[in-house]
Design a protein around this ligand. Structure first.
Ligand code: HXC
Length: 261
């Protein structure tokens, strides 16, 4: 198993939990963190026993308070582009991970932290969650996907307001605008996130993976191309044992036992 300096990766009962672990810096994303997240994602992708990935930050104060400003401060234009491209590549890998992903947002999710949550499939927030894209206050723009994923999730007008003002959004408002799927008590965050993961795990892995692929790829296409993709993924599942088992179990009035094949 790989050793990590800046994160932990725990695996139990089909769920992997990736925790960014730099609590003294509010889990700020340095280049090393991004590189280790990339390696951890490869490890999760290849692990057939893992059905859901949870992404969170250590401690209760911050999920991730952004890219590491102290490390970024001295960069020149070329280095800035390289750093943004690295983050975009890693977060795209997260977005396209075979397994579904849930961000468990504990406290501040600012800048790159908000962008990390945006690259996950689902976001559950503790009552102390705070989202924001404060980059314009630092003389930069969001550089790990915020200008692209935030408007796609909450709409262009709201995204522009959040990015131009740099204002923080508390959990209840984040829920109202669709940035959070659910808000829970601080002490229940991981338990509630795992409960959602367990609901997903009860379903056919191939069905869940196929749904993710169809949604993600379809969002990049015209609706007609997306519908054609949906029919293709739908049809391919009829060649699987899981489809036979799922429908036979329904007819026989019992729970399905999916085998991921
Ligand atoms: C480096 C950070 C940091 C960050 C916090 N720290 N955020 N270090 N990069 N993004 C460090 C602080 O310097 C401090 O360490 C320690 O963490 C605790 O933070 P405090 O500021 O003392 O805590 P508090 O007063 O409670 O304020 C919490 C906070 C604030 C509101 C979250 O830390 C804050 O505004 N952080 C920066 C948020 C931000 O601007 N994020 C966007 C970054 S740009 P020391 O040792 O100094 O006491 C970005 C771009 C992404 O993400 C794209 C790049 C291509």
């Amino acid at each position: 198993m790989t050793e990590y300096n800046t994160l932990t990766l725990e695996k139990a009962e089909g769920i992997a939990t990736l925790t960014i672990n730099r609590p003294k810096m509010l889990n700020a994303l340095s280049q090393e963190v991004l590189e280790e997240v990339s390696v951890a994602l490869d490890e999760v992708e290849k692990d057939g026993a893992i059905r859901v990935l949870i992404v969170t930050g250590s401690g209760t104060k911050a999920f991730v308070a952004g890219a590491d400003i102290k490390e970024m401060k001295e960069k020149n234009a070329v280095e800035g582009t390289i750093f943004s491209s690295l983050g975009n590549a890693v977060f795209s890998k997260l977005e396209q991970l075979r397994q579904p992903t849930i961000a468990a947002v504990n406290g501040f999710a600012l800048g790159g932290g908000c962008e990390l949550a945006l690259a996950c499939d689902i976001r559950i927030g503790a009552e102390n969650a705070k989202f924001g894209q404060p980059e314009v206050g630092l003389g930069i723009i969001p550089g790990f996907g915020g200008t692209q994923r935030l408007p796609r999730l909450v709409g262009t007008g709201k995204a522009k307001e959040l990015i131009y003002t740099g204002a923080n959004v508390a959990a209840a408002e984040a829920y109202r605008i669709g940035l959070l799927n659910k808000v829970v008590a601080v002490e229940d965050l991981l338990e509630e996130t795992k409960a959602m993961a367990e609901k997903i795990i009860k379903n056919s892995p191939l069905g869940v993976e196929g749904s993710k692929k169809s949604i993600n790829q379809g969002m990049q296409m015209s609706i007609q191309q997306g519908l054609a993709l949906e029919s293709e993924v739908f049809g391919a599942l009829f060649a699987t044992e899981d489809q036979k088992e799922g429908m036979t179990a329904f007819v026989e009035k019992r729970n399905a036992q999916f085998e991921n094949k």
